[in-house]
Write a protein that binds this ligand. Structure first.
Ligand code: DLL
Length: 445
């Protein structure tokens, strides 16, 4: 199949017909683009990393003849971006790079990603289609409260909103009181930010006597950090805002790799741009659809910095059932955890998302919590601090003690660990304007 025979796959197509392409056509498009991407990366990567690894295995770009041949290609990992810092994985002359973003790691230098103008167009299109999927249109006023700057959240959502034809209000993160004023006065109908920042905005709004339900806000496009189904329910119930999960990462493009549709049941991957695989994180073997493992992504149209089989460390599975919305793009399950955020407490594997879902099911608790892990006399201790709501604080001590027990039970029945539960005063846990820091592990210090 050549380019002209494929209906509506143009990256600049105004409608989102690509979301509904029949699977054989989608796969033909993916294969054509995969071949182009491998050629580009093999011959042009500045540091020649892919060429070196493919040559070692005796594979040439021409050997990629089917989507299945992708499994023969080497993985790319985060360390490769660090080792080739800053521009080693770029594949075009620097003059063609119109934008740089960066993502700070926990240690040392950030990882750097570059975009050509066509990459920016692809990204904007992925974000435009993301916003369409959660029911937004040119009639919406979208407040972008993700940070603008080296972080991809702000500018990614900004360009997507403009491509949609919506009215974009670029508030960036922070200055929460002004966020609330803008939201009310400008008639904002949708907000893009981290779910943790939105809980903070909602809390501040309530404190200043603003009922979010009485504003025009109806949709939240929330991502950049793990959050749970219970947190979604909490947000929707408390604010009346329909909360959609959006996923992405700088190495691949930024936000807009995958998003929920109005079914709110799994995130559609924009597979015509980003090809997903699920692997066993231990062995690297590809797992069949439906099985949980590490998400690996290959970019299919990126020019400045194509990524071949990038190991995201994010744990999910590919859903097999077709979505009632009619999109043919496969869905991944909500990303609850990363393969590297697992805590081992007294030998038991515990993920922060498990604690969150146990907490959010209990009434009378705020969505603000923190997990503190320590080691006392050689034994791991987990303390969970959670703020009670101001209403509850007025109640009798006895009831607070009961609540503490309920939380302890909920955590024990979820992860099998007895945690020390500390109910803390409203507003005593630090609020985040971006990605929340839920775990403080003091054991290594
Ligand atoms: O967080 C891009 C982004 C911005 C996504 C705005 C969504 C909205 P990074 O800073 O490079 O990029 O961090 C990427 O964040 O590998 C996941 O571990 C995590 N992450 C992103 N979205 C979600 C999500 C942006 N919806 C890393 N659920 C990823 C769970 C998420 N984790």
């Amino acid at each position: 199949m050549n380019r002209d025979e494929i209906p509506g796959p143009s990256i600049f197509h105004p409608a989102s017909s690509t979301d509904y392409l029949p699977v054989p056509q989608l796969q033909a498009l993916q294969l054509m683009r995969l071949k182009e991407t491998v050629e580009l990366a093999y011959h042009n990567q500045q540091d020649g990393l892919l060429k070196m690894r493919m040559d070692e295995r005796g594979i040439k770009p021409g050997d990629v003849k089917s989507l299945d041949d992708l499994r023969r290609l080497p993985f790319t990992v985060k360390a490769d971006l660090r080792d080739t810092y800053p521009y080693g994985l770029f594949t075009v002359p620097r003059e063609e790079v119109v934008r740089i973003h960066a993502s700070s790691g926990t240690t040392g230098k950030p990882i750097v990603v570059g975009y050509t103008q066509s990459d920016i167009d692809v990204w904007s299109d992925a974000m435009r289609r993301s916003m369409l999927a959660c029911g937004l249109s040119e009639h919406d006023i979208i407040q972008v409260s993700y940070g603008y700057g080296l972080f991809t959240g702000g500018l990614g959502a900004h360009y997507g909103g403009e491509a949609l034809g919506a009215t974009v209000v670029p508030t960036s993160g922070g200055n929460t009181e002004r966020q609330i004023m803008v939201m009310q006065d400008f008639g904002v109908t949708a907000i893009c930010c981290t779910p943790s920042y939105f809980t903070h905005i909602a809390e501040k709004a309530a404190e200043s006597g603003v009922d979010v339900r009485k504003t025009k806000l109806r949709v939240g496009v929330f991502g950049a950090e793990p959050w749970t189904e219970s947190m979604r329910h909490r947000i929707q119930e408390d604010t009346g805002v329909r909360a959609y999960d959006i996923y992405g990462l700088s190495e691949i493009i930024g936000p807009g790799v995958a998003i929920e549709c109005r079914e709110q049941s799994g995130l559609h991957v924009f597979e015509d741009y980003f090809y997903p695989e699920i692997i066993d994180p231990e062995t690297g073997e590809i797992l069949p659809d439906g099985e949980e493992g590490e998400l690996v992504l290959t970019t299919l149209v990126k020019r400045a910095m194509p990524m071949i089989r990038y190991r995201t460390r994010d744990i999910t599975s590919i859903m097999t059932e077709p979505c009632p919305c009619g999109r043919t793009l496969r869905r991944i399950r909500r990303i609850g955890r990363r393969s590297d955020d697992m805590m081992i407490i007294r030998g038991v594997n515990v993920f922060p998302s498990q604690i969150e879902s146990a907490l959010m099911r209990i009434k009378g608790l705020s969505p603000h919590y923190q997990i503190i892990v320590t080691r006392e006399s050689g034994l791991d201790q987990m303390e969970v601090q959670i703020e009670v709501t101001p209403e509850l604080l007025g109640d009798r001590i006895r009831e607070l003690e009961d609540l503490q027990k309920t939380i302890g039970h909920a955590i024990y029945s979820t992860v099998g660990i007895n945690a020390k539960v500390q109910l803390v005063e409203p507003k005593s846990i630090a609020r985040s304007e971006g990605k929340a820091k839920r775990v403080i592990d003091k054991r290594g210090i």
